[in-house]
Ligand binder design. Sequence first.
Ligand code: NI
Length: 190
Amino acid sequence: MILPIYAYGQPVLKKVAAPIGPDYPGLQDLIANMWETMYHAHGVGLAAPQIGLSIRLFVVDTTGYEKSKKEEEPQDAGIKKVFINAQILSEEGPMWSFEEGCLSIPYIRGEVERPPIVRIRYQDENFQEFEETYTGVNARVIQHEYDHIQGVLFVERLKPLKKRMIQRKLEDIRCGRIQAEYKMRFAAVR
Ligand code: NI
């Protein structure tokens, strides 16, 4: 089932999300719905707050991501994974800039600087625990989705000038004065 995506301005996007256990009601259906919603909107990641749930769950699929030659290292192969109760353990390396976008903030993209290497502990959909290191685009998407469960949006990480330039567009999104290519739930009524 395709779920509506909560738009910039929705309070749920600003909350630190809570951990969940295997007894979370309807979890496997919820995960299936998140995949369906993400693919329908052509996203590479989706976090539970974006569908209105303040829980520590996000999904990432970078397997369709177009790679440049130098990114074809084995550790940079695309991943398709469910991350539950994720905790970033460390971020390393010289900051690199990459253009990000977000399904909750349609039509806005911007360069964000983040460290290139991330070490993360999480549980998968069967609540098996993993501790893994990711780099490149995988790290980038994980960091972006992890921000969502911490209540942070990529627009908050843009340079001050760019932030000022998008203020009006953000206000349009908050008030629902946009037409997205997928169903959205806006914070304010027109
Ligand atoms: Ni996002």
